[in-house]
Design a binder for this molecule. Structure first.
Ligand code: FDA
Length: 421
């Protein structure tokens, strides 16, 4: 794979723009702020349509989030994308863009660049080699559209003019007809996340759906978690759920015990739905009714509790859980009351936990909430009341599940705006 220096800010390409529109050096048809997944897709599409596009980012390296995604291999899409895989206060909003730019569309691009990939599970597609392949592909697509760059560059002020927008930046004053805000959400401030998109939204009178960390490990207060600390490192497939009745969400994924709480895909998924104060429920043996099985086994098995359960779960987990829940693993099943076995069944099939919070934006893969999409046109991502102003990607109140859905939203919304600006 290529070295990280290949992601250094590209210099402005020497090609002259095909556009004859206003030749002023600092005027552009389109300025895209945020050289991440959605911004690069948008700039490439707009540039290849012949628009004179400038890309701005305050970071010195391109698309750091793509680089660290999917453990360095970028889970760039999911074969089974649908609106149900996204959380939003306006759940129909994502449909139009997703249907006009599908996982197959992104795959054709990947194939054109001969990027090797594989399916991991549940339709999740990853690069065989490195996420850098995706960054280089998007960079080349931008070059093909003669996109120009200002990186690192801070945008201090944005104002609306009759013909478009005026930007005060650390590279001086710039103007454009269309402005695309692609600065993402608040996750991972260390690599440059900022609240820029929310500030611009508020400046133009748009609502912002309260942002909060999502796809994030959940934590527990130290006293209540103490008994489970010895289980750190254990991972197993579970059913995990939160919410009641119509709001109820269930995922079957791997759960990971950590020193501070719970992580793994199961917990990341449910964290996006979990509300502070609510319980999460974990079924550690989704295929077995533990109480029924144990009560039936009383007449046939001479085993003690610990040995019996070790046939179903890792013994370190069995022993740790029995101890944490106050059961004596040395007791023979036959000597136990049905009432106790039912209680144990409850702890294994319907373990109720109350997280006290999450690991926060430091660890969150995405930000739930964002620019309220009810003010945005779903075909173009343009703000209904501010012609020429667009928001794309994670900045919007569209949050995907774990599994490639967030990148697919970035590609689809970037494409929608790139085709319209
Ligand atoms: P993105 O965050 O990609 O880009 C925003 C850009 O704006 C950045 O380049 C930033 O520097 C710039 N910017 C921010 N503030 C600015 C400002 N004030 N001025 C100028 N520039 C500014 N998703 C998925 O589908 N599959 C996966 O495998 C993973 N894996 C993953 C791992 C980890 C560790 C994280 C943190 C996240 C993921 N994700 C993921 C989520 C995915 O990375 C994310 O949803 C997309 O990158 C969002 O794309 P955007 O283009 O909207 O924002």
């Amino acid at each position: 794979s290529s070295s990280s220096s290949s992601n250094a800010a590209p210099s402005t390409p020497s090609q002259t723009s095909p556009s004859t529109h206003k030749s002023a050096k600092n005027h552009f048809d389109v300025v895209v702020i945020g050289a991440g997944a959605a911004g690069m897709m948008c700039a490439a599409v707009a540039g290849q349509r012949g628009r004179r596009v400038l890309m701005i980012d305050h970071a010195s390296k391109l698309a750091e989030k793509i680089r660290i995604s999917g453990g360095g291999r970028c889970n760039f899409t999911n074969l089974h994308v649908g609106p149900a895989n996204f959380i939003s206060e306006n759940p129909h909003f994502c449909k139009s863009a997703l249907s006009r730019y599908t996982p197959q569309d992104f795959l054709s691009l990947i194939k054109r660049y001969n990027i090797a990939y594989h399916e991991k599970h549940k339709g999740q597609l990853f690069c065989d080699h490195s996420a850098e392949d995706i960054i280089q592909m998007l960079k080349t697509e931008c070059d093909r559209g003669h996109v120009q760059w200002r990186m690192p560059c801070n945008v201090d002020e944005v104002s609306k003019t009759e013909a478009g927008f005026l930007l005060n930046t650390s590279h001086g004053q710039l103007s454009c007809e269309s402005l695309v805000v692609a600065t993402g959400g608040l996750s991972i401030p260390k690599i440059g996340a900022s609240d820029f998109s929310y500030r611009i939204a508020k400046q133009f009178g748009l609502k912002v759906v309260e942002p909060r960390p999502a796809l994030v490990p959940l934590t527990f207060d130290a006293a209540s978690w103490e008994a489970f600390v010895p289980l750190a490192g254990i991972s197993l497939e579970v059913d995990i759920e939160t919410g009641a009745k119509k709001e109820r969400m269930v995922f079957r994924e791997d759960l990971l015990f950590t020193h501070r709480g719970l992580s793994g895909p199961a917990v990341l998924q449910i964290s996006s739905y979990w509300q502070s104060g609510q319980a999460i429920r974990v079924n550690l043996l989704p295929e077995i009714d533990v109480a029924e099985e144990l009560i039936a086994a009383k007449s046939t098995s001479k085993k003690n509790l610990s040995n019996y359960l070790a046939a179903y779960l890792p013994s370190r987990l069995v022993d740790g859980l029995l101890q944490a829940h106050g059961f004596d693993g040395d007791l023979k099943i036959v000597d136990m009351q049905d009432k106790r076995l039912r209680l144990l069944g409850e702890k294994l099939n319907r373990w109720e936990l109350f997280p006290n919070g999450s690991e926060g934006y430091r660890k969150a893969e995405v930000t739930r909430g964002g620019v309220d999409t009810r003010a945005v046109m779903q075909q173009s991502m343009m703000v209904k009341d501010v012609p020429g102003l667009y928001f794309v990607g994670e900045a919007l109140d569209v949050t995907g599940w774990l599994g490639g859905f967030n990148f697919q939203w970035a590609w689809a919304s970037g494409n929608a705006a790139g085709s319209a600006v």
